[in-house]
Design a protein around this ligand. Structure first.
Ligand SMILES: *Cc1c(COP(=O)(O)O)cnc(C)c1O
Length: 437
């Protein structure tokens, strides 16, 4: 058994190949070509259910909204809809995709720190369930659109609670430096409160905060809930305001490498339900609905990327490189913020480790490296490399750098594979080009 594969929720089959959802990854690579994103749909469903069912077991009213920026496609949003989740979108493109997937509008929440008039108009036209208001400019835009269309809308107010997660710890930042949301401490949130609550067509449902990403502890959410409740209690005392919703955002951490030790998703939910009940009780207010927004935690570990190994370069005494047929175009995270990944040779998944190689992408950037110092069996050209936990922020951040066509996406469930995003053709790459002669 390959020890790296053991860190990830996949098995090795009788041929010694890596399996995903009951399908042989080497077969999938041959059938669909590489690079290729592959998702195990049963893991996607399990991830959704881990959040939803824990709220249910605790008897807490909640909405679990999948943050679709992590991975948005029609098929993905169909699965999320089937599992009964709500959905976060941050642009017209994400909203359009949600509508394509026949996502119920009342379960869609519109986010963004610079929503355009067109985006807000589309959201209001389609009667989305909620707009998460980020700034004063947006309140003005929404007001004028509601007047024009004679409509009403639910909103949450995004606030920066003055907590920042540094992955394994939290820092209190007195003067919150963030492009998102209203400052909770300096009077901004209070001004926004007055603007929102005086507006007849705006239903101000409560507060929203999102403290960061790839978080492995519950403390940050507890701290955020404390701070948000303090403000809500003030508004309760001063104006008799009763919040219906408290949205604590996303950011639940997943395993990319063996160094990541994620909590069970149920642990976050239990802590949130307990702190929200405690705080409501403490401030003599009704317990609001809890909303959360997992993105990575739904899509991340369910997806892998398959590549074909091409060239090798040995620098004696320094390092051995192998290059694959994708890279920063299909997974920007290593180049963007030195994100770390693990992988195995899918066609040699049961062979003992012999070598250590660094995996380079094929783009013309020295920073286009996918994995440094990966332990592998003896590597040869045409081997298939599987990189784990690429299900979130992989496809969604893909680019056409070097005019590489975007990779396709395959869903596997119970051994059955289905293409859900076509690989782009070269015609697709030049589709919007216009001639100048
Ligand atoms: C990005 C984002 C999320 C999801 O973050 P993950 O780390 O993928 O869980 C949730 N809410 C908001 C507001 C976000 O910006």
């Amino acid at each position: 058994m390959n020890t790296i594969a053991e860190n990830h929720p996949f098995t090795i089959n009788e041929q010694g190949h890596l399996d995903i959802g009951g399908a042989d990854t080497v077969y999938l690579a041959k059938k669909y070509g590489t690079p290729l994103y592959v998702y195990d749909v049963s893991i996607l469903r399990d991830n959704c259910r881990a959040f939803v069912q824990t709220f249910k077991e605790l008897g807490a009213s909640a909405q679990v909204a999948y943050a679709s920026k992590a991975f948005s496609s029609t098929a993905m949003l169909q699965v999320v809809r089937q599992e009964g989740l709500s959905l976060d979108v941050v642009s017209q493109g994400e909203l359009y995709t949600a509508l394509q997937a026949e996502f119920p509008a009342e379960k869609i929440h519109m986010h963004g720190n610079n929503k355009s008039r067109e985006e807000l108009e589309m959201a209001i036209d389609h009667n989305v369930g909620c707009i998460v208001v980020d700034n004063f400019h947006e309140i003005e835009l929404i007001s004028s659109l509601l007047e024009k269309q004679n409509k009403e809308i639910n909103v949450l107010m995004r606030v920066t609670p003055g907590i920042e997660s540094k992955t394994h710890q939290y820092i209190m930042t007195g003067n919150e430096d963030s492009k998102f949301g209203f400052n909770l401490q300096n009077g901004q949130a209070d001004r926004a409160f007055l603007e929102l609550t005086k507006h007849e067509k705006i239903h101000f449902k409560g507060l929203h905060s999102h403290i960061g990403s790839q978080i492995f502890e519950t403390d940050g959410f507890t701290l955020a809930a404390d701070l948000l409740f303090k403000k809500l209690a003030e508004w309760n005392t001063d104006y008799g305001y009763i919040p219906e919703v408290l949205n604590l955002g996303g950011g639940f951490g997943i395993r990319y490498t063996k160094d990541d030790q994620p909590l069970a998703y149920a642990a976050y939910v239990k802590e949130m339900v307990s702190v929200v009940r405690e705080q409501a009780n403490h401030h003599n207010m009704p317990v609001p609905e809890i909303w959360i927004e997992p993105g990575r935690a739904i899509a991340g570990n369910a997806g892998i990327t398959l590549y074909t190994v091409g060239s090798k370069k040995e620098i004696p005494g320094v390092r051995n490189y192998i290059s694959v047929d994708g890279g920063m175009t299909d997974n920007l995270r290593p180049a963007l913020y030195s994100a770390r990944y693990e992988g195995v040779l899918a066609n040699k998944a049961s062979q003992p480790v012999k070598d250590k190689v660094s995996v380079a992408g094929k783009c013309c950037e020295s920073g286009d490296m996918l994995i440094w110092d990966l332990p592998v069996p003896e590597v040869a050209s045409e081997d298939i490399l599987a990189v784990f936990s690429t299900g979130a922020y992989g496809y969604s951040m893909a680019s056409h750098y070097n005019r590489l066509p975007n990779a396709g996406v395959v869903f596997v469930e119970n051994g059955i594979d289905k293409l859900v995003v076509r690989r782009e053709s070269f015609e697709d790459v030049v589709r919007n080009d216009l001639s100048y002669e």
